[in-house]
Design a protein around this ligand. Sequence first.
Ligand SMILES: [Zn+2]
Length: 222
Amino acid sequence: MAFVVSHFPDGEPILCSDGDTIRIYTSALADWLFVLGSMFSEYRPRDNAQDGELAGAAGAAANPTDGRCGVNPVTGNPGFTRDPVGQPGHLRAPILGEGQWGARRPRNHPPRHTGLDIAGELNVTPIRSNRAGTVTYAGNAGGNGGYIVAIDYPNNVRTQYMHLQADSILVATYQRVTQGQQIGTLGNTGNAGGTPPHVHFAVSVANQGVDPATYLNSPCPQ
Ligand SMILES: [Zn+2]
């Protein structure tokens, strides 16, 4: 049994357990937990940084982004190019609709595609956090997305990773993640059973969808 204490800036203290690990996320009880947590081996010291600052700095050292926003969730490296189509880290092949953001959809689907479908190997490719942030959803959402992780950042930016392999998700809601950290495995859950294997990567700023390819090739939204 492990015991993990994390600093979660704006929330109520949260206690949860995922079997082997008891997790506490706190701001109000941070001082008390500093004493309690120091008694346990996996304690991580609290900090006063905004989400992502510390981990982002560490991630920048390991993964220079050349001014681009975070890393490609399949390659773990900065940037995205459409070609070569169908190769891991690039656009998936155009079977049952196309995978770029804004693509027209087959009949009975929403009129436009709301993410970027990045190709990878089914049930093998690790899916990585675009940058350091806080997990705001992790689990089986059913519907079109299947197993989904959502990660939030400052300035109302959110990334989502859909169709992950069932039960492959490695993170929990309210958990902080670093840039490039594996959050799950590429799968075909939700409505992705017939398309070439991919992760549906979606980005929004203030709840408005933006083109993930542009996002990955530009500085982070301010
Ligand atoms: Zn998609």
